[in-house]
Design a protein around this ligand. Structure first.
Ligand SMILES: [Zn+2]
Length: 54
């Protein structure tokens, strides 16, 4: 369960945390979010303007 998944544009990254069910999503703006549910991570990624971070 250590298979990193990249999107077509490498704009977003969603990576499985080894040894757990946790997904970590990394946005092109540098924001990160982890969640158990891939759908939650993707929905968060796709809501990009809402999680803009310095
Ligand atoms: Zn973002």
């Amino acid at each position: 369960m250590t298979s990193p998944a990249t999107t077509d544009a490498t704009v977003y990254r969603v990576v499985w945390q080894p040894g757990s069910d946790t997904l970590v999503g990394v946005c092109h703006c540098g924001a990160e979010r982890d969640a158990d549910d891939p759908i939650e991570v993707w929905q968060w990624l796709l809501s990009h303007p809402d999680h803009d971070q310095p």
